[in-house]
Design a protein. Structure first.
Length: 183
């Protein structure tokens, strides 16, 4: 009920430039992973596809009234202070039901620091569930006037068994697009 309203308002206020969203298949489980520039990134991703997206979100968001709302939106709580097999299990359940799961491998917003190191959860999730991973790159600032923020979806990746190598490949790919577009 809320999603269409949020999408219209988000597009009306921020005028996002969305590139390559046709790379997100219309059906089947898929992992989305990319850089995390702002708390508004989730709304950007929601407005980028007609598919419902299940986000991994820090457990601190699941308290009080907002916890009830976020739980009913299909968000998956993550305890960032330790390894979190419950979050991976819940995300795999969504993927097994042919749904979309979004992971920000940096684990937090960049806060002007640039691309940070990636945690391994996104590639592990794709590998464990035998699903492809679609990288994305978010660039620009969220400005209310004019087109300000851009998201680019890249070609899907099949993840092999060397998770550290695959995690480095994902980060390098996103970093190269950011660098290429900043020139």
């Amino acid at each position: 009920v809320v999603r269409p309203i949020v999408n219209v308002l988000f597009k009306l206020f921020y005028h996002p430039h969305i590139i390559g969203n046709d790379k997100i298949p219309r059906s089947g489980g898929i992992v989305l992973a990319g850089n995390h520039t702002s708390i508004l990134d989730c709304l950007l991703l929601m407005s980028s596809t007609k598919r419902e997206i299940h986000f991994l979100a820090k457990k601190e968001l699941f308290t009080g009234l907002k916890g009830i709302i976020f739980s009913n939106m299909g968000l998956i709580p993550v305890d960032r202070s330790r390894k979190n097999p419950d979050a991976l299990r819940d995300a795999k359940g969504y993927l097994d039901n042919d749904e979309v799961v979004l992971v920000f491998p940096e684990g937090t917003t960049e806060k002007g620091r640039g691309l940070m190191e990636f945690k391994i959860g996104a590639v592990k999730m794709a590998s464990d569930s035998k699903r492809e991973l679609i990288p994305f790159v978010i660039e620009g600032k969220y400005k209310i006037i004019g087109s300000s923020v851009k998201i680019t979806f890249l070609d899907s990746m099949k993840i092999d068994s060397d998770l550290n190598s695959e995690n480095n490949r994902l980060r390098s790919l996103i970093k190269s697009v950011l660098k290429e577009n900043s020139v």
